[in-house]
Design a protein around this ligand. Structure first.
Ligand code: IVH
Length: 678
């Protein structure tokens, strides 16, 4: 292949442009307006078309292409990014009097007695960023840093789905947008749940998760985190300046940026702003994201200018903080909880206390490393915090209040429910119950099996699962499919119609997609994403159950831990029996392996190595699959081709040593181009 710049046919350029516009539009409809017009599958289809086109004509790739959302090459370090105007912080107000004093200060400074109009915005609890748009294109994303210089996180910011890569309508010549990156509470809880199941320490709060995700050197990791952005102001602007802050926010919205207008209100004077604060405080619990206060800003921008800034804070804005969601109470005892995977976690029983409006009587202690770190004992006075997680956490011990009668929290050696011995693996933070028949594990397994991502048995929530076990109606997952109406009638308040609905829901679940069943089985380390990968690769439970460790580890994205867990699961006699029972009872997910569209690599095993430039690893693997081949993660005697990009290391050496054919990326693309080698 030549290294001359390619000549791209006009029709291809036009098609690319059209795909970019369509994808930008659907992305905006979905992630900013929450009003999708097409299905996820249709979106993926358009994206695949774009990726293929860009693979064939790499010169088409631009920083604003929707393909950049998946994350590009990892960095060694972040470069400094100087802000066009300093990123200021805010002074805090904690009481109504603080707000009234703010209003007095403003009027005094302006030498006026006329009421000041304020804009009241929610203060999102996330991470501050600055986005620079030049001629409507996103050219830079930066953290706040010391306010003058932050870090260049452009690649990561591009992966945030509701950050427009290209502005709409009457955007200005240049604008530096100020915004908060945050994460929705349900996403935060889901990710933490996953970490707990995998024996990892959960994130302390949504802000830490957002901050950690944003500072990944590998943008592909950031792309995997469901980050969101909400804009609240600007720094540098070359273009027409609006008269009020409200108009500015409306402009941002018109340009395609997300602004929390639903929770933003204009107040004619400070008393109205105080009322807004109380209203927002009441709504706080209903919001799907964390806010830690309300920001009150002078609405007129000419007044803002006149008021100016102090050293690091503007005179025209103030943050009215919400009361912390922390409270002091006594840790009375500790109970042990056993999860689906046998993980035993300590939970603190607390003297009931009101934490920011909610009564709390238990809190997570996470694990014994955490207990040691906190140095917490039974009888201690502790600080509990509700930090976005469903379960509040003990964050600190008030050591001054110790009396000397506090007792250590012992590490358990046996399961509190079935008394089986506990085991803790070296790289894990929790001990696990090894009892395969442990009732506590069965309860959690049933809940997981029936859950939405699993077999989605509607109506079969935790309460009914408890009753099924209490009434001895089930002794295994398979027993769910043996339930009869008479059995269900033993439930409290169970009528004919409800029982029919429940049985119908159970029956309907028999044909759920294979990925749902694999997830529902609760194989350790196998979440929805891995389940889908396995379906793509194996297509049926039969094939998956006979996959070897080597087969599995060869799949990109499946590491030793996951592969080991899958092999162990299918090796266990009890699990094989369960699968046979489910099949006999009519659980039959449709086979859905994607048919290869070509056969150019039928039966061949291909390994990708080095930093690929013509396509991403995922796209390469997709192409291999489309041509009937198998992508593997490691080079062995069975490897047919190694595709090596720049910087290829040990895998390339091994391929050469084994005499495996090594291809450049271009040679690989030629190999799979129909007509040239058929
Ligand atoms: S205004 C000059 N408005 O709160 C204006 N900040 O110290 C400075 N924040 O980390 C900020 N929501 O990222 C403003 N509606 C809002 C905000 C907000 C959250 C964050 C901001 C910064 C901190 C202020």
């Amino acid at each position: 292949m030549s290294s001359q710049p390619e000549k791209i046919p006009v029709a291809i350029r036009e098609r690319h442009q059209q795909l970019c516009s369509q994808l930008h539009r659907h992305n905006y409809l979905y992630h900013t307006l929450d009003q999708p017009e097409i299905s996820d599958t249709e979106y993926d289809r358009l994206l695949q078309q774009l990726l293929l086109l860009e693979r064939e004509y790499p010169d088409l790739v631009s920083p604003t292409s929707p393909s950049q959302r998946v994350g590009s090459t990892p960095l060694d370090k972040f470069l400094p990014a100087a802000h066009g105007e300093p990123m200021l912080s805010l002074e805090n107000a904690f009481t109504t009097d603080d707000l009234l004093a703010f209003d007095v200060r403003i009027k005094r400074f302006l030498g006026t007695a006329v009421e000041i109009e304020y804009l009241c915005e929610p203060k999102l609890d996330g991470v501050a960023v600055a986005l620079t748009y030049e001629k409507g294109k996103l050219i830079r994303g930066a953290t706040r840093g010391d306010g003058t210089t932050g870090e260049d996180i452009t690649q990561n910011v591009r992966t945030i789905r509701n950050v427009p890569l290209q502005l709409h309508n009457d955007f200005p010549e240049l604008v530096e947008v100020r915004a908060e990156v945050y994460i929705h509470l349900d996403d935060f809880r889901r990710l933490n749940q996953l970490r707990r199941e995998n024996g990892e320490s959960p994130f302390a709060n949504p802000r830490n998760l957002a901050a950690g995700s944003l500072r990944q050197l590998d943008p592909r990791l950031t792309a995997e985190r469901p980050l969101k952005i909400s804009c609240y102001g600007i720094g540098r602007l070359i273009g027409q300046a609006p008269q009020t802050h409200q108009q500015l926010l409306e402009n941002l919205t018109r340009w395609g940026l997300q602004v929390n207008l639903a929770e933003t209100h204009c107040a004619a004077n400070i008393n109205v702003a105080i009322h807004q604060y109380q209203q927002l405080l009441e709504r706080r619990e209903q919001l799907t994201y964390e806010i830690d206060g309300m920001v009150v800003k002078v609405n007129h921008r000419d007044l803002q200018e006149e008021l100016g800034v102090k050293s690091r804070t503007p005179r025209w804005a103030i943050a009215c903080k919400f009361p912390p969601r922390q409270a002091e109470t006594v840790l009375e005892s500790v109970r042990l909880q056993v999860g689906r995977t046998g993980a035993v976690t300590p939970v603190a029983n607390l003297a009931s206390v009101n934490v920011g409006g909610v009564n709390v009587s238990s809190a997570s202690l996470h694990n014994w490393d955490e207990i040691e770190r906190l140095d917490v004992h039974i009888g201690d006075t502790v600080i509990v915090e509700r930090a976005g997680d469903v379960i509040p956490a003990v964050v600190r011990v008030v050591k001054d209040k110790r009396t000397g009668t506090e007792q250590a929290i012992p590490r358990p050696s046996h399961c509190p429910v079935c008394s089986s011995p506990l085991m803790q693996e070296v790289d894990e933070v929790v001990p696990r119950c090894q009892g395969i028949d442990c009732p506590a594990r069965l309860k959690e397994s049933l809940k997981h099996f029936c859950s939405r991502g699993g077999m989605d048995i509607q109506g079969m929530g935790g309460r009914y699962v408890d009753q099924l076990l209490h009434l001895n109606l089930v002794g295994s997952i398979a027993d769910l499919y043996r339930l009869k109406k008479e059995g269900l009638f033993q439930f409290e308040r169970m009528g004919e119609k409800l029982a029919d609905n429940l049985l119908a829901a159970i029956d309907n679940s028999k044909n759920r997609p294979l990925a749902n069943l694999i997830f529902a089985l609760g194989i350790r380390h196998v979440g929805s994403h891995t389940a889908r990968l396995l379906v793509q690769q194996y297509g049926s439970l039969d094939k998956l159950s006979s996959a070897t460790y080597e087969d599995l580890i060869a799949i990109h994205e499946i590491g030793p831990q996951v592969a080991g867990s899958i092999v162990n699961f299918f090796a266990a006699e009890k699990n094989r029996a369960l699968l046979a029972e489910l099949s006999e009872l009519g659980v039959a997910p449709p086979t859905e392996k994607r048919q290869p569209s070509g056969k150019l690599l039928a039966g061949k095993t291909i390994v990708f190595t080095g930093s690929l430039e013509r396509f991403t690893r995922k796209e390469g693997e997709e192409l291999v699959m489309q041509q009937g081949g198998r992508a593997s993660g490691s080079v062995s005697g069975k490897t047919d081709y190694v595709v090596a990009g720049p910087g290829a290391g040990s895998k390339l050496d091994k391929a050469r040593a084994l005499g495996v054919t090594v291809l450049s990326e271009d040679e690989f693309l030629e190999l799979i181009t129909p007509g040239e080698n058929q």
